[in-house]
Design a protein around this ligand. Structure first.
Ligand code: R1P
Length: 341
């Protein structure tokens, strides 16, 4: 443990760094692209302006944040790893570092359950969650009335951002490309890569019929991955609970925050009471590249991935740039890492 933290409810250092992302206010922008892998984050960040030089922070827990400007607009690219717990760390901790509105687009990969080839891009209008039911008796399925998997009701992404992401992808798609873009579809986010996505391993998972069951019960279902439902869910919940109406700032707290930055971070001047106010909004959308076809069993090639990440990454930056955020709903530029020198 390197830095002192001072409260167990929401751990932060005295200079307001959050526990797992290692960020403090002024290091994350209102517009965010989130991805699963650092290499995809670096590729997208290669489109950022040279000036101001993009800020980069790798946290001890593996979260990578790159913040700069894209054609003049402040944007962060954040790599979070895999699964909804990591999406939860990212959304909550970034939110507590930010005043004003938050626009988040996930650029991820997915498996496709319908007859669409690898290389298709899906912009899900809604998501369901698929959760392994640990009360099911996997060792003796005949002895249990519980379902082996639970499927949630759908939660919708932001309709305006969804349209903008779809439009930007259509404009950025290479002229000679045969990649399809599907946007009137639903995604399922599973709590594992294997059992909850119907993959067969050596464990008794009672999932042989799971994919067919999903297709039979979830209208417009097209894809499976692991994070987008939680992003849409948190965005849809934000600011609506009466307990979120508190005027109390999040407390300071304790634990290991050990970020390594390439540059000395800018000074911080945002009062903590301005951060994460419930009268702001969180708007979320996603674009998912089909890496695996679960019908044909095809898997995308490394060359196809490289080409797709390039044009889809640029499209997501274009979509976020086009979203209009009134100036009073931006995090202050003064003292931020995107401040013009
Ligand atoms: C599994 O291989 C990972 O790939 C997909 C899944 O959601 C999961 O995180 O997303 P990313 O390409 O964003 O990592």
């Amino acid at each position: 443990m390197k830095d002192l933290l001072t409260d167990a409810n929401f751990p932060r250092t005295a200079d307001l760094r959050v526990y797992h992302l290692g960020l403090r206010p002024g290091e994350v922008a209102n517009r965010i692209v989130t991805v699963g892998s650092p290499s995809r984050a670096q590729m997208i960040a290669s489109f950022l302006d040279e000036r101001p030089k993009p800020f980069q922070l790798q946290s001890e827990r593996g979260f990578l944040t790159i913040t700069g400007r894209y054609q003049g607009t402040p944007i962060s690219v954040i790599s979070i790893g895999m699964g909804s717990p990591n999406m939860d760390f990212f959304v909550r901790e970034a939110r507590e570092c930010l005043s004003g509105d938050m626009y988040i687009v996930r650029l991820g990969s997915c498996g496709c359950l319908i007859d669409a080839p690898v290389g298709t891009v899906v912009v899900p209008k809604a998501c369901v969650a698929v959760v392994r039911n640990v009360d099911f008796d996997y060792a003796d399925p005949t002895n249990c009335d519980e379902p082996a998997y639970r499927i949630s009701k759908p939660v919708f992404g932001d309709s305006e951002l969804h349209l903008q992401v779809t439009k930007a992808l259509e404009e950025a798609r290479p002229k000679d490309s045969s990649n399809m873009i599907l946007s009137d579809v639903v995604n399922a986010s599973a709590d594992s890569f294997y059992s909850s996505q119907g993959r067969q391993t050596s464990f008794p998972d009672a999932n042989e019929n799971l994919i067919q069951h999903l297709l039979d019960t979830v209208k417009d279902l097209a894809t499976l991955e692991m994070e987008t439902h939680h992003l849409y869910h948190l965005a849809a919940c934000w600011g609506r609970s009466s307990t979120a109406q508190t005027t109390q700032p999040p407390p300071l707290a304790t634990g290991p925050v050990n970020p390594s930055t390439e540059d000395t971070p800018a000074s911080q001047s945002t009062p903590i009471a301005q951060l994460a106010r419930p009268d702001t909004s969180i708007k979320a959308s996603a674009a998912q590249m089909v890496f695996a076809s679960r019908t044909s069993r095809d898997f995308i090639t490394p060359e196809q991935v490289k080409e797709m990440e390039h044009w889809t990454g640029k499209a997501i930056l274009d979509a976020l740039k086009c979203m209009n955020i009134p100036s009073e709903r931006h995090h202050p530029e003064q003292g931020s890492v995107w401040e013009r020198q």
